[in-house]
Write a protein that binds this ligand. Structure first.
Ligand code: ATP
Ligand code: MG
Length: 411
């Protein structure tokens, strides 16, 4: 790393060694356009943190000191990219460069939280970079790198982010941070697990204070949902354990379940091909408050997992004796809900269903039964059920066995 002057750190070498040639070209071109049209632009947030950590970034964010929409239109006029999406309130723009490289451009902005825990309102677009930085979550996510030619690669660190990255420390920017946006609690734990960082003592205290005394339900849950989804989609079971060790269940108005992340991950891994929503298996082990489930605004499919889980948990299993009974008990439930049910109750019937019974199918179909002499729909339905019963109990194995069985029944 070279020093631009006594106090400025320059990370051009990191940009050159870690970002692809395509991205470097884009940054270079954007910097030149910014010079030409009189804008100051910066790499910001996660991408800068990841350059320091030498980790690949999920996405690239550029901040324009001023109005990003104006800047992006200049890029389009110069035929450098096309605009995919504009948020006209926030003045953010998603842009596509050659080779399908997408970059998010944001305008510097100041935000204000009129109601704690609710989405902020933008008070000023086009503030200074320094003012923009103070709306962010952690010091490590508040670094910027200049892309203008003369200052290319210079790091701007208003909040001590470089030191905190060095010391693997997660620190919020001000004491009201979790009150403003409790999804930062989830973000902090997600980053801690992803990078093996620890939260600094004061950040921890403020998090505990929020969870113990300032918790309230009237917040915007969409960001919490999004952060939880991202966290549990990382396929890192330690995040689940870390959530529970840090009482995240309190945030969701739930009790701590007696389940370990590794148990969940192992079960999911064994059924990967059949599961549509792995992240909901993790969340389903925690979330049970009806109001919060509503507030999460799940899609119909996602919601069914929680409805099914409730149905299973409230049912009485004392009448269940045969494989057929087990099959019928779980048959209409989403696999995710059966996994959650097993993880929470450890009932062996759920495992028998998941591992064995759910895979059993009757191979004969209605048409074939008609050809064998069955006439009305009711008869056919009953026969399919009889075959299923036999198969579940292991008496009928393959299609030939099914045909033989039907013949004995018809006689
Ligand atoms: P990732 O690698 O997961 O994308 P990231 O830090 O880039 O991590 P993003 O969700 O892409 O996270 O957000 C980009 C930047 O926006 C963050 O680095 C941070 O500066 C800011 N940010 C995101 N979410 C919040 C939030 N809830 N509160 C304050 N600032 C946030
Ligand atoms: Mg990001």
């Amino acid at each position: 790393m070279q020093k631009a002057n006594k106090n400025t750190l320059n990370i051009t070498d990191k940009i050159k060694s870690q970002l692809s040639q395509d991205i470097q070209t884009i940054l270079d071109v954007c910097g030149k356009a910014a010079d030409l049209y009189g804008f100051k632009i910066f790499l910001i947030g996660g991408i800068v943190r990841d350059l320091f950590l030498e980790k690949e970034s999920f996405d690239i964010d550029i901040t324009v000191e001023g109005n990003a929409t104006d800047f992006c239109h200049k890029l389009v006029d110069s035929k450098l990219c096309k605009i995919l999406q504009v948020n006209s309130d926030l003045k953010t723009v998603k842009v596509q460069f050659p080779n399908n490289i997408e970059i998010d451009f944001a305008s510097t902005r100041q935000e204000f939280y009129p109601r704690r825990g609710h989405l902020p309102v933008v008070v000023r677009i086009g503030c200074t970079l320094e003012e923009d930085v103070y709306r962010r979550d952690f010091t490590i996510n508040s670094l910027a790198v200049s892309l203008n030619k003369k200052t290319f690669g210079n790091v701007i660190d208003y909040v001590g982010g470089i030191d905190d990255i060095k010391h693997k420390k997660l620190k919020i920017l001000h004491d009201n941070s979790f009150n403003e946006d409790p999804s930062r609690i989830i973000r902090g734990l997600k980053f801690a697990a992803r990078f093996s960082f620890h939260r600094d003592e004061h950040t921890k205290e403020l998090q505990e204070k929020y969870q113990n005394t300032q918790l309230h339900k009237d917040i915007s849950w969409s960001r919490i949902k999004s952060e939880i989804k991202q966290s549990f989609s990382l396929e890192n079971h330690k995040i689940f354990d870390m959530f529970l060790a840090n009482n995240v269940e309190k945030l969701l108005y739930a009790q701590k379940p007696d389940v370990k992340g590794l148990e969940i991950k192992t079960l999911i891994d064994n059924h990967k091909a059949e599961i549509d929503f792995p992240w909901l298996v993790y969340l389903g082990c925690i979330l049970n408050d009806k109001e919060i489930i509503e507030a999460f605004c799940f899609t119909r499919q996602e919601k069914k997992i929680f409805t099914d889980k409730d149905i299973l948990l409230s049912a009485n299993l004392s009448m269940i004796n045969s494989n057929y009974d087990i099959y019928k008990f779980f048959e209409k439930r989403t696999l995710e809900s059966v996994l959650i049910y097993y993880l929470l109750t450890k009932r062996k019937e759920a495992l028998i269903y998941i591992e064995k019974l759910s895979k059993i199918r009757v191979e004969l179909n209605g048409e074939e039964l008609k050809e064998m002499g069955l006439t009305d729909g009711k008869q056919i339905g009953e026969m399919l059920d009889k075959i299923l019963r036999k198969k579940l109990n292991g008496n009928v194995i393959n299609k030939a066995d099914e045909i033989n069985f039907v013949k004995t029944q018809i006689k």
